[in-house]
Design a protein. Structure first.
Length: 340
């Protein structure tokens, strides 16, 4: 049998967690331990070795989980997203940065204790970018990892800070310690675009207008879109997002040229999504009632991302482009779900 990994997934009950737990369970080489503020649903819990209910801010609980389950890898998914974070910025800072700090500290201690690097997979986001105006957004098109890093949301600021904290714990922690350990946090971040799942509807994000539009169309309900019809940001399907997490997890350290990778797949405007939905479902009713504040976040996010490094270093290769995402994954799954 190959290497078994004892991994902790935080925020496991969220959208990415749903897909990731199933995929890791299929893989067969993971003992999955989860942490979520709410109890995990029984179907997912059945795929896990243990499911803990609790807060990423509870440093004692996290240390206990690392020790009890001999954790040697981590998928830190717990976060407050861009729209919910902006409704309570101080709480977002606590959860997003404070929670990440607790986990980085415990992961570093664990690495020194077990004498091996502890992999720390961190979903970052296109919200770390802050394009200054529409002309620049259009001109820049596919942004690179080191460009336009001036986020305007608390969530974006938090995620960018955590990327830096992760890099620090991976490469510089303990610089003045007499006994600096060779074992550390092996921090690896993916900057995700908006994610679209056929099985869950997101909440609290600002890229939510596309999945909301899709799920409303599939359910035969009208939808008032809070973004302008010409809004363009990158998206990816949930199966492709989960696959990219696994590829980065399994990539050997030698091939990684950075700690933070853009990952993209397709980048339609809201109007292009509407047109595709109208081809696929009958009676689709979409109107545009723009929420200027949420729109202002979207206007600073890139039209698309340059993910050359992820493709070259560890083979990021999403299965779904724009049409395939809808034709091969979303529409078939949702037509079944709403068939009765
Ligand atoms: C959000 O909209 O906040 C997230 C994201 C793009 O990171 N979905």
């Amino acid at each position: 049998m190959g290497t078994q990994h004892n991994v902790l997934i935080t925020g496991a009950g969220g959208e990415i967690g749903h897909g990731l737990i199933r995929r890791l369970a299929e893989e067969g080489s993971f003992n999955i331990v989860t942490l979520d503020l709410k109890g995990l649903n029984p179907e997912l819990a059945a795929l896990c070795t243990a499911s803990h209910t609790g807060d990423v801010l509870d440093a004692g609980l996290i240390a206990q989980i690392f020790s009890d389950h001999k954790i040697d890898g981590l998928f830190h998914l717990a976060a407050m997203l861009s729209s919910s974070g902006e409704r309570n910025p101080e709480r977002a800072f606590d959860v997003n940065v404070g929670g990440t700090m607790n986990l980085l500290k415990s992961a570093g201690e664990q690495a020194r204790l077990i004498g091996q690097h502890v992999k720390f997979i961190f979903p970052s986001t296109i919200a770390v970018y802050g394009l200054p105006d529409p002309e620049t957004k259009q001109r820049a098109n596919k942004v690179k990892e080191d460009e336009y890093l001036f986020p305007i949301t608390m969530y974006g600021v938090n995620k960018l800070s955590c990327e830096h904290l992760g890099r620090y714990y991976a490469h510089h922690y303990g610089a003045l310690s007499e006994k600096k350990s060779q074992w550390s946090v092996d921090f690896r971040a993916l900057r995700f675009p908006g994610l679209i799942s056929a099985h869950t509807v997101p909440s609290g994000g600002t890229s939510d207008y596309v999945p909301e539009m899709l799920h409303a169309a599939a359910a035969g309900q009208p939808y008032a879109c809070f973004a302008r019809s010409d809004t363009r940001i990158p998206f990816m399907t949930m199966p492709d997002a989960v696959e990219s997490i696994l590829r980065l997890f399994f990539a050997s350290r030698e091939v990684l040229t950075t700690t933070v990778y853009n990952v993209g797949a397709f980048a339609p405007s809201a109007a292009e999504v509407e047109a595709l939905l109208k081809e696929s479902f009958s009676g689709v009713e979409i109107s545009y009632e723009v929420n200027e504040s949420r729109q202002s976040f979207l206007d600073t996010w890139p039209a698309d991302v340059d993910d050359t490094a992820a493709r070259n270093d560890w083979g990021h290769n999403p299965r779904h482009g724009f049409r395939e995402a809808f034709a091969d994954y979303l529409i078939p799954a949702l037509s079944g779900a709403h068939a009765d």
